[in-house]
Design a protein around this ligand. Structure first.
Ligand code: AMP
Length: 422
């Protein structure tokens, strides 16, 4: 199949050609005609599937079909969970819309309001936003959402995980009732289905990425190790395996910082990337990682998501995620075209339950081994893992559902463990 057969106009085909894309990805092949036909869409698609072009291209076309009104109010609204994703989607809109007279603005928290207010005042066709900051603008009447014809919820599962459901509902209340709705999500928990039922009108369903596809093409290994020796083991694995580029996941920002420091001290260049880092620091770390100046990038789930760093040779779960689907997401970052990726999880006795949940989701066991010299001490008892990475306190206190402040970067309130380990 070619892009030409999807019904896209010449300006968009030209932009696609300029990107060097030859054939539409499966999600594009299905989403583009659906959106062009004006239908609602429910799509199961992760980062890396080409989903952004899948909604951006037809959205641009639908807007281009009707000239903008004199007051240039946003006619398409794309809600995303994080500022990184907001910036990336906005960039895609610019790229694919390069030959159309469309204006795009992006609003997210953690940066000043005024430049965003100015952009909105100049007139916008497509607005990409994180929910909290969008509501701030709505509250100050610096955005008018009464002309929105198309709503996109991108990475809807992540938005719900981050506690944005109330914000999303408040945004929905500001939109005209008659509109086209597109919902993209990597996973389909009950909450997403409830939202979809409420939001979508006889949607076309697209499922291009069964939730454990990545898991089947990636070589997965578990190394059993004591919690206090994980950093040392990681340094050893990177060093002995001569790994040149490793993305390491931790659960907490603090843990990411600490680990990056430890690796650096062990002679393995590292940087941490998470929601408390400035945009500049994150961009720099990512650049250094891509260019090979640093070998390891230590990231929290949210920070790593949406970043264009797929296709890595090695991904390490320094700590297992609380949500089993996140494991699939994380390891989906590895695997270069044609080559199997490598995903290593360092699992301590506290994480047995999490590992079992992941294996249940994958419907298989992950081969587990120990490294000589790092055998777990059988006398160490499991301790509950609690939010924030500290032990010995009760589980996370009501963080889920809390709305991140609009002045801080959108970030995810980690889920407390559903069941305590051990
Ligand atoms: P996404 O899933 O939207 O984050 O896109 C993942 C990556 O795939 C991006 O770097 C896109 O530039 C790229 N991409 C999107 N569509 C195509 C296509 N049809 N052919 C090749 N690459 C694509």
């Amino acid at each position: 199949m070619s892009f030409d057969s999807l019904g896209l106009r010449a300006e968009l085909l030209r932009a696609v050609r300029e990107q060097g894309y030859e054939t539409p990805t499966p999600v594009q092949a299905r989403a583009i005609p659906t959106v062009l036909a004006g239908r609602d869409l429910l799509a199961a698609a992760q980062t890396g599937t080409g989903k952004t072009a899948g909604f951006t291209l037809p959205l641009l076309q639908r807007l281009a079909e009707q000239p903008a009104a004199r007051r240039r109010l946003p006619r398409a609204l794309v809600l995303v969970p994080t500022r990184e994703l907001a910036a990336q989607v906005a960039e895609s809109v610019q790229t694919y819309g390069a030959h159309l007279p469309m204006r795009c603005a992006v609003v997210f928290g953690g940066v000043g309001m005024q430049p965003q207010v100015d952009a909105l005042r100049r007139g916008v066709d497509i607005l990409v936003a994180t929910p909290g900051r969008l509501l701030d603008h709505a509250g100050q009447r610096t955005v008018d959402l009464s002309a929105v014809e198309i709503l996109v919820l991108d990475e809807a599962d992540r938005m719900l995980d981050m506690g944005f459901i109330h914000d999303i509902k408040r945004v929905l209340a500001l939109l005209p009732a008659k509109r086209q709705n597109l919902l993209f999500s990597a996973t389909f928990a009950d909450e997403i289905r409830t939202l979809a039922d409420r939001l979508l009108d006889r949607p076309e369903h697209i499922d291009v990425a069964p939730r454990n596809t990545a898991a089947e093409t990636v070589r997965q290994q578990v190394f059993r190790v004591d919690r206090e020796r994980k950093a040392e083991l990681l340094a050893r694995l990177v060093h002995d395996g001569d790994w040149s580029q490793v993305l390491v996941f931790t659960r907490t920002k603090h843990g990411a910082n600490r680990l990056a420091e430890k690796l650096d001290r062990a002679g393995i260049t590292a940087a941490a990337i998470h929601g408390n880092k400035s945009q500049g620091a994150r961009t720099r770390a990512l650049g250094d990682f891509k260019s090979g100046r640093i070998r390891t990038l230590v990231a929290t789930e949210v920070a790593a998501r949406g970043l264009d760093i797929d296709g890595l040779p090695h991904v390490v779960n320094f700590e297992l995620p609380f949500v089993p689907e996140d494991y699939v997401h994380r390891i989906g970052r590895t695997g270069r075209a044609g080559a199997a990726g490598h995903a290593v999880s360092l699992v301590c006795v506290d994480e047995d339950q999490l590992l079992r949940q992941i294996e249940r989701l994958l419907k298989r066991q992950i081969p587990s081994a120990t490294v000589t010299g790092f055998e777990p001490d059988p006398s160490i008892r499991p301790e509950p893992i609690v939010q924030g990475g500290r032990r010995g306190q009760g589980p996370g206190r009501g963080q889920r559902g809390a709305r991140p402040s609009a002045t801080t970067p959108a970030r995810r309130a980690p889920r407390p463990p559903r069941r305590r380990a051990g």
